[in-house]
Design a protein around this ligand. Structure first.
Ligand SMILES: *[C@@H]1O[C@H](CO)[C@@H](O)[C@H](O)[C@H]1NC(C)=O
Ligand SMILES: *[C@@H]1O[C@H](CO)[C@@H](O)[C@H](O)[C@H]1NC(C)=O
Length: 141
C-alpha cells in the first residue's frame, strides 16, 4: 500500500469505529419508561394486568392507595409502542391504553396513574388529566 492509501484506509477505519460507537451509545441511552398505577377506589381490591404485543408485565393485585409499577421500552425509531392494561375489581373490568408512544413519548418517563371506577387520571404538572376507558370489548388475555 502507498502511504496515501494507507492514510485513507486508516481514516475510513476510524470513521467506521466512530459510527459503531455512536450507534451503540444511542441504543444504550434508550429511555426506560416507568408506569406507576395507584388504586384510588376505597375498600376495593384492584387487579392490574398490563401487556403489549410481545411482552407481559404480569398480574398484580393492589389495595386502596397501593401502587403497582412496571417498566417498558419505547420503540427507538418509530412511535408504535402500545401498552394496554386490564383492570378488574369487584365484578367489573375495563381496559385502558396506558402507554401510547405518540401520545406519551414527551410526557412519560415516570407516569403516575390513579385508577377510579370512572377511568384513569394522571398527574400533569399540578392538575389531573383524566381519560375514559377503552371501548368495552372482551379481550382474551
Ligand atoms: C381519588 O378519589 C377521590 C375520592 O373519590 C377523588 O376525590 C380524587 O379526585 C381521586 N384522585 C385522583 C387523582 O383521581
Ligand atoms: C376520578 O376521575 C374523575 C375524572 O374523571 C375525577 O374528577 C375524580 O376526582 C376521580 N375520582 C373518582 C372517585 O372517580
Amino acid at each position: 500500500m502507498g502511504s496515501v492509501s494507507k492514510i485513507v484506509f486508516l481514516v475510513s477505519m476510524l470513521l467506521t469505529i466512530l459510527v459503531v460507537l455512536q450507534f451503540g451509545k444511542a441504543n444504550s441511552f434508550l429511555p426506560t419508561v416507568y408506569e406507576h398505577i395507584i388504586n384510588n377506589m376505597s375498600n376495593t381490591v384492584l387487579g392490574v394486568h398490563c401487556k403489549d404485543k410481545h411482552h407481559d408485565a404480569g398480574f398484580g393485585r393492589i389495595n386502596f392507595q397501593e401502587m403497582y409499577t412496571f417498566s417498558l421500552k419505547p420503540h427507538p425509531i418509530v412511535s408504535v409502542t402500545l401498552w394496554f392494561c386490564r383492570f378488574t375489581w369487584n365484578n367489573d373490568f375495563q381496559h385502558f391504553d396506558i402507554y401510547v408512544q405518540k401520545r406519551d413519548a414527551k410526557l412519560c418517563r415516570d407516569c403516575t396513574w390513579f385508577i377510579n371506577s370512572s377511568g384513569p387520571c394522571r398527574i400533569k404538572g399540578t392538575s389531573l388529566d383524566c381519560f375514559p376507558w377503552n371501548p368495552k370489548v372482551a379481550i382474551v388475555y
